[in-house]
Design a binder for this molecule. Structure first.
Ligand SMILES: Nc1ncnc2c1ncn2[C@@H]1O[C@H](COP(=O)(O)OP(=O)(O)OP(=O)(O)O)[C@@H](O)[C@H]1O
Ligand SMILES: [Mg+2]
Length: 255
């Protein structure tokens, strides 16, 4: 049984078709990267998979359960096993980093203060932030730091599914690489099924088991990295060649 099945998904708003017949499947513990130009529907697809937006038609099946058939309450329950790292960190401004990280967790689980302290310290380490950051407020952090706090918050819930919306955009190359490694480690250690929206082709080819390319709300191609690279579709090639230098680098890395 696939962990995620998206079947002929359509989303329309204000008479506009934002997603048009998207289908894909992802096995447990795999990483899918969703690529595509700005406005192609990547964030919308992610929000739909996590149940924050309801499709106009089509099906989304998570661990064998059709989310379209679920009540809001059942969706809330299902969402506990899904973490989302938002494109714009979406932290609560009035709470410290510490409280942001454990906010969701403590609503569902009782924990001793010492255990929470230890967890926050561990999570900050994982996302390469220093311990003192825990005491800071979101407004005191750079965009990249906020992003990593958002990631720490998602990891705190130990989800079975993780959805990342551009987790590395705007980060320096070294931190980007560390986040890529963290995404792969999280998959390997906990069999987390992950969907990553990314513009960075080098990163996509490094971390993905599957790649999907969206173009104006339609699926241009979906397959393994090898299949995508070998595609003769001009739209696919154009997209990949936009980052030609990175691809050349990737090929020389393999040799
Ligand atoms: N709730 C909504 N109401 C109206 N239009 C929407 C809504 N959500 C998304 N859209 C539109 O759907 C299209 C796809 O948006 P989406 O945010 O999914 O793109 P994206 O691929 O994530 O782009 P980016 O790379 O810039 O983040 C856009 O044209 C956007 O204006
Ligand atoms: Mg987006």
């Amino acid at each position: 049984m696939s962990a995620i099945v998206v079947d002929n998904l359509v989303f329309e708003v204000g008479g506009r078709r934002i997603l048009d017949g998207i289908s894909l499947e992802l096995e447990t513990g795999q990483i899918l990267s969703v690529m595509g130009g700005s406005g192609s529907g990547k964030t919308t697809l992610l929000k739909m998979m996590i149940g924050l937006l309801r499709p106009t038609s089509g099906r989304i099946v998570i661990d064998g359960e059709d989310t379209m058939q679920m009540s809001e309450k059942e969706l809330d329950q299902a969402r506990l096993k899904m973490g989302m790292v938002f494109q714009y960190a979406a932290l609560l401004d009035s709470l410290s980093v510490y409280d942001n990280i454990v906010f969701g967790l403590l609503r569902h689980k009782k924990m001793e203060r010492a255990a929470v302290d230890k967890l926050v310290k561990h999570l900050l380490e994982q996302v390469q932030l220093e311990e003192y950051v825990a005491r800071q407020m979101p407004a005191e952090l750079s965009g990249g730091m906020q992003k990593r706090v958002g990631l720490a918050r998602a990891l705190a819930m130990q989800p079975s599914f993780l959805f990342y919306d551009e987790p590395t955009s705007g980060l320096d190359p070294v931190t980007s690489l560390a986040i890529d490694q963290l995404i792969m480690q999280t998959r390997d250690a906990f069999q987390v099924t992950s969907v990553v929206v990314s513009h960075q082709i080098s990163s996509v080819f490094r971390i993905s088991d599957r790649i999907a390319l969206l173009h104006k709300g339609k699926m241009c191609i979906s397959g393994t990295p090898e299949e995508v690279k070998a595609s003769a579709d001009p739209d696919v090639q154009q997209f990949l060649q936009a980052d030609n230098i990175t691809l050349t680098h990737l090929q020389s890395e393999k040799n």
